[in-house]
Design a protein around this ligand. Structure first.
Ligand SMILES: Cc1cc2nc3c(=O)[nH]c(=O)nc-3n(C[C@H](O)[C@H](O)[C@H](O)COP(=O)(O)O)c2cc1C
Length: 195
């Protein structure tokens, strides 16, 4: 089933994961709704050496995309009546995670996540911070208890990744499975018996 998919990008490290994920989602035929925070934009430029606007131009050449301003809490993804099949925040900063866990969010990333929680729709967080404080952990516990998936981009070394690219690809594919946009990991990433 194709539909509206919302992707939030916040100011944590890991823009490359969001970049690959956005391409995959659009390539699957979904309409991608992108919301990038101010610090998400900054990290994108720093880590990918490219503006998010340039990446969006690339996505537009592949398929359907709408870009919403983080301050626009009247945009379609802010409403529970707007049909959305899956949402994710990739990468998710501890600030964004905390705002959503508290229920006292102020921007569109916080709001679309809050909507996904109240509407019981698939919602995935790909957080990035290390080490994690008790505050980070309790916010993650709150979000997992309300049905969201907390998916830190931790590599499985039994897959014998050969490059950063392999590690990023695993995080992307696991996120797609958690968002219920694909049923299983690609075969090459599945555990196989040694003999
Ligand atoms: C270079 C740089 C790297 C950062 N990396 C992280 C990170 O990996 N995880 C995190 O939670 N915050 C990180 N931060 C801090 C967030 O960007 C900051 O808390 C910001 O207010 C997050 O806002 P946002 O969640 O609205 O994007 C980083 C900040 C900078 C400047």
């Amino acid at each position: 089933m194709v539909g509206n998919v919302v992707l939030g990008i916040s100011g944590a490290s890991g823009a490359v994961i969001a970049h690959r994920l956005a391409r995959e989602i659009i390539g699957m035929g979904h309409h991608l709704h992108l919301v990038c925070s101010r610090y998400g934009r900054l990290m994108w430029e720093y880590e990918l050496e490219c503006t998010i606007d340039r990446s969006v131009a690339e996505y537009e050449s592949i398929g359907d995309i709408s870009v919403h301003k983080p301050g626009d809490v009247a945009a379609p993804p802010a409403s529970g009546s707007f049909p959305v099949i899956a949402s994710a925040i990739v990468p998710c900063s501890m600030a964004t995670l905390g705002a959503i866990a508290s229920g006292a969010g102020t921007n569109l990333l916080h709001r679309f996540a809050d909507v996904a929680i109240k509407e019981r729709r698939p919602l995935v967080f790909v957080p990035r911070e290390t080490p994690l404080s008790p505050i980070h952990l309790s916010n993650m516990k709150i979000l997992t208890e309300v049905g969201a998936v907390i998916l830190p981009p931790m590599p499985a070394f039994y897959n014998k990744p050969q490059s950063v690219e392999d590690i990023v690809e695993e995080a992307v594919q696991r996120t797609l499975v958690a968002m219920e946009l694909r049923s299983d990991l690609p075969e090459a990433m599945q555990w196989k018996d040694a003999d």
